[in-house]
Design a protein around this ligand. Sequence first.
Ligand code: GRF
Length: 202
Amino acid sequence: MRIVNIAVLASGKGSNFEAIVNAQRRGQIRAEIKLLLVDKVKAFARQKAKRLGVREIFLSPKDYPTSLEFDRAAVKILKSEKIDLVVLAGYLRILSPYFIKKYKNRILNIHPALLPSFKGIDSIQRAFEYGCKITGVTVHLVDEKVDHGPIILQEPVWIKKGMSLELLEKKIHHLEHKLYPLAIRLFIQKKLKIKGRNVSTI
Ligand code: GRF
């Protein structure tokens, strides 16, 4: 069986990208991480890719008149690299229906809250300021709606009395770096059974 080819798409720091590469190098994920695709020239993830020796491709949104054109270019690259699984890791673009159709049920995303709560940005801070006692991390399949697709894995983080936002952020990111490789591993091992919104592990 051909080894699964992964592309990671990121716009920011790239800590999840790094965790995924490390998990792959430890043998936790049996796949090839073919490339990192970024849409922000200053994304720190680009430096991480260079340091880790992963091919990095920058696509500038300025070069495309519409986001659909941008996605067409991105998909063209992914297809030419025979990418099987697309992993969004802090990718700040909403994928077009075109992109999603091309990689139906083969796009993963990680969200720093327990979906469907706190969709969108600044989720850790919003859960904290809302006074939640519990928040967490979600890994899900990507569909046409933002932070909406079927949930693969979810784990809680307790917001204990007196906990600072900084500590909560640290705990969430730590959990992300554990949960994302796990979900990718389940995907690669074909252990995910998707039925409507329900994803069970075989
Ligand atoms: C993570 O918190 C992830 O859940 C969210 O964006 C952030 C990306 O962080 N989607 P990083 O760039 O991987 O460090």
